[in-house]
Design a protein around this ligand. Sequence first.
Ligand code: SAH
Length: 509
Amino acid sequence: MGEELSHRVYLVGAGPGDPGLMTLRGRDLLERADCVVYDALVPRVMLGWCRGDCELIDVGKRGGCHTLSQENINALLVQCARRYACTVRLKGGDPYVFGRGGEEALALQAAGVAFQVVPGICSAIAGPAYAGIPVTHRDYCSQLTIFTGHTASDKGADLPNAATISAVPGTRIMLMGMDKLADNMQALQNAGMPGETPAAAVQWATTARQLCVRATVATLAAAAQAAHLSAPAVVIIGDVVELAEFLDWRKHLPLAGRRILVTRARHQADSLCRALRELGAEVAELPTLRIVPPKDKQAFAKAVVNSPHHDWLVFSSPNGVERFFEAFFTVYEDLRELGGSRIAALGSGTAEQLRKRGLMVDVVPHEAVAEQLIAEFDRRADDFGGLEHSTVLWVHAQQARHVIRRELEKRKAIVDECIAYDVAPGNARYASVLLEERADLITFTSSSAAMHFVSMGLSLPENCAVASMGPITTAALKKLGLPPDVEADLHTIPSLVSAVCHWASTTCP
Ligand code: SAH
């Protein structure tokens, strides 16, 4: 029992759907959790933040189809707390807003289990905001009421308190009200709410499936039906709905409404994902590969120890830079130990990693392609007196193409190799979960990402377009039977992003 006293359950709010709307504390707990018990509305990408050995338990309930009853969920949480030091109970939006989080907390408390609460961003506030509706505004209202449109009854309207809701001034927000939208809107009018009161419904708010219908209390149900709106949706009633005409900031984003899968090693995906999100896309990282140590760790260590005083250091990838310097600083304390080598980088992403470490790059091609790097060496040969008899340390991945070594040796350089890492398939369990949802586009930024996608046994969601980082990745994709619909001109992230935007401007979401 003593051990169990340090065990804890965290009731964590996952926010409304956009993974960026999760709190820092919530994310930190997910990264540490031994076990995560999650609901249907929780964005699946968050499961990818968990440790590989974290137990993931789906207790999703959608529209009356309960995987587990509430009593069983309560009991399960107590069991998890006995087994695991850190259990996260992950709930959509805020755990205490119509999420039965209060009941779960009481059950934990009754069982003597320690718990903490991490509030989340509630869909009742964020949903309207993402549809251009501020829930309050001084000129429109001074009061906000949030109510449920779903109580236990099976028949008719679900609004026993319709009279109170129609009488109260200000913005009124209904959650869980889609199943009986027409009945509920009628009940409000019967209780005295004017039919012409502005009203809106926002489905799947903050995700790529977000759709907003604006009407009035009298016409909302028909308008929502015509637009095929379904649960989950937030219904907003009140004059603030009119502000959406001016404040719908999302509709102008070029990638709004697109769900894009990014296949890359997790920690590399950041800049691409960030750029796509900034343009309005819902982005899920599909980790088709993991960076692992090279096969021969001793050879890597030796190469790093012997790295100082080469005439040239040639880095093939951002990962190579990262792994090399990680190892370098376990051996040397001072960057100056490296000596005055010149530096070449195979592409701007790699150069960027070097610049971050305070190292300027002497040679970098416009495209991240080995042949282009060699061409750039040739073009600049006069600046540094050619490569003849120069010592070069080439830092690269296990599976590199041998163009660089061969071409440098042709130019009479003496090439040492430093194999800094290898790539292995990513977490297939998690990847399959992500592929269950529809996607509009999947990006491949290297041939190895494409190869691992196939070797992990994954297949494309229906009607999903394929985007390639450039000709070499395209060739690999074609061989694998995944011919791309979108190709970047230059082999860089910014050019991939602009190719994706161009694709979006020529296709409908
Ligand atoms: N605890 C949650 C609410 C749970 S009740 C929160 O704080 O947001 C479930 C209801 O929340 C749904 O029926 C719907 O009305 C609303 N909801 C949750 N996520 C939503 C989303 N992304 N878009 C629209 N409505 C959402």
